[in-house]
Design a protein. Structure first.
Ligand code: ZN
Length: 203
């Protein structure tokens, strides 16, 4: 079979988006704003994998996602709160390691389809007061159970109100939560982003 050059070009163009995995579209959030707080759990052993899987504790995201979070943080700052990050972009290899430990689609995305974290478009976050004290959200980050579900109602009024504060503010800037984890938010356009597997370092 003879493949015409024009056909080859079309084939290449159709393949190219799969390789849009360079980190050109990504930024470190700290380069956009100094007003965030960080507790990047996968850069420590304090996570459900019980090991440090990130070399660097920076929050890396698609540029427009980071910019939307800067706006959201300004909104929260005016109310007396700050965004604190637990996780941002996550390489696909780390997703695979997570799936091995917890192959439950309610809490970990199957690496075959990938997580929005692997696309640089999801964040795991909470709110603190201006002194950096975390608001009570009822459970720790990565508590895999009903108590962490957004619609779990057997909680003190203050906790429900804290969860709503986070959700309401983020929705104003293009983020959507998920039912099973109060800390996880996807940027609305993030499903269009390709999966990535580059590692971040602190250079
Ligand atoms: Zn998440």
């Amino acid at each position: 079979m003879i493949i015409k050059p024009a056909f080859l070009v079309i084939m290449l163009i159709s393949i190219l988006p799969c390789y849009a995995q360079e980190n050109d579209d990504f930024i470190r959030v700290k380069d956009l704003s100094a007003d965030f707080i960080y507790d990047m759990r996968y850069a420590t052993a304090n996570n459900f994998l019980k090991e440090k899987v990130y070399e660097c504790a920076d929050c890396v995201l698609r540029k427009e996602v980071g910019e939307a979070l800067v706006k959201a943080n300004s909104y929260f700052l005016k109310k007396g709160y700050k965004i604190k990050f637990f996780d941002c972009y996550r390489p696909l290899d780390v997703q695979k390691a997570m799936w091995k430990v917890l192959p439950d689609g309610r809490y970990v995305a199957n690496p075959n389809s990938g997580s929005i974290h692997n696309r640089g478009g999801a964040v795991d976050i909470t709110l603190t007061d201006l002194q950096g004290n975390e608001l009570d959200m009822g459970t720790d980050f990565d508590y895999f159970g009903e108590k962490a579900h957004f619609d779990y109602s057997d909680l003190p009024e203050q906790i429900i109100s804290n969860r709503k504060l986070l959700k309401t503010g983020l929705e104003l800037f293009g983020f959507q939560g998920i039912r099973t984890e109060w800390w996880h938010y996807n940027y609305s356009k993030a499903r269009q982003y390709s999966l990535s597997n580059f590692k971040t370092n602190c250079d």
